[in-house]
Unconditional design. Structure first.
Length: 314
């Protein structure tokens, strides 16, 4: 799904150029910065490997009266692969910090409302831990503060988490050899029906959007993907919820097979003041399976919490 957008870069301390895109709506390019500087700012943070078309409903809903910015992790989209080879969570958090500050510098100085999907939930929560002044409000969609069930304290849960990290680490040397076969599967006509058959895609998952996601995965460096995944296996941000004092919205998909519903419900329990939405008949691709519902819920949250004027209500 093509966008009208203005792409710029920030440069990390190791020299890696990180891309961010300002969505232009109907504005001519020469008016983008001036006309948008006073609009309510919104910053979108991806899931691992996800393509920007996953945001298309939220972008379409907000871009005409908000300053909507979307950025790419290292090795994703238009961002360079990591010059240092580091894809750890702190590295991504530092990149998000720089993008946020640059967005504020080019706007009116206000920090943006952060909307995070999947892996992005962990990254935004870690930014809140590091720089709460940069996160005035959060919408957390289909993502948890750590790997599955890391909030559980029992011995069995800890053994399972340790075993999962070991599997990811042990598979790492095989990634370059497995990548061509995985790319071939993603490019084949069976990829979409296989996702439907396994239940990871709902019946209303638009095939064009899912295939665009598969195409973006094929373009990614296998090393960038796998090292980012390894980084997510280290630590978690569940403890951050005890510090959260800003308006927060949690959106879960009832049929998500990637992020367990139990993790999302635990987020609701530890942050009872958060606005909660459970989207029926939606899986991990809920941003496109239930895109209009989620986009309307985001806008309603922004109005109800006073983040934008009531005149902007849907």
């Amino acid at each position: 799904m093509p966008y009208r957008r203005l792409t710029r870069f920030v440069t990390a301390p190791d020299g890696t150029r990180i891309a961010y895109h300002t969505h232009c709506g109907n504005l001519p390019d020469e008016r983008v910065e001036g006309d948008m500087s006073s609009r309510p700012p919104v910053l979108l943070t991806n899931g691992i490997g996800s393509s920007e078309n996953f945001w298309r409903y939220i972008v379409a809903n907000l871009e005409q009266d908000h300053r909507v910015v979307h950025w790419n992790y290292r090795g994703h989209g238009h961002s360079e692969e990591s010059q240092s080879g580091d894809y750890s969570v702190p590295i991504h958090v530092g990149d998000l910090e720089r993008v946020t500050e640059e967005m504020m510098r080019r706007g009116d100085g206000r920090p943006p409302h952060h909307i995070a999907f999947s892996m992005g939930v962990r990254i935004v929560l870690e930014l809140y831990r590091r720089r709460p002044d940069l996160v005035p409000a959060m919408t957390l969609i289909a993502g948890a503060p750590g790997a599955a069930l890391t909030w559980q304290k029992g011995r069995v849960a800890k053994m399972g988490q340790k075993a999962l990290r070991r599997v990811v680490d042990e598979v790492s040397p095989l990634v370059p050899m497995l990548a061509p076969a995985i790319h071939a599967i993603l490019a084949s006509p069976i990829a979409y029906p296989a996702g439907r058959l396994m239940g990871s895609l709902r019946a209303r998952a638009p095939r064009a959007d899912v295939e665009e996601f598969f195409a973006s995965l094929r373009r990614m460096s296998p090393e960038a993907y796998w090292k980012t995944l390894q980084g997510l296996m280290v630590g978690h941000a569940w403890d951050v919820f005890a510090q959260v004092e800003v308006p927060t919205q949690i959106i879960a998909a009832a049929n998500d097979q990637i992020v367990p519903l139990g993790d999302m419900e635990q987020m609701r329990r530890v942050l009872p003041q958060a606005r909660w939405l459970l989207v029926p008949d939606a899986g991990h691709a809920g941003l496109v399976e239930a895109g209009s519902e989620i986009a309307d819920a985001v806008r309603t949250f922004l109005v109800e919490r006073g983040i934008e004027p009531p005149s902007m209500a849907p």
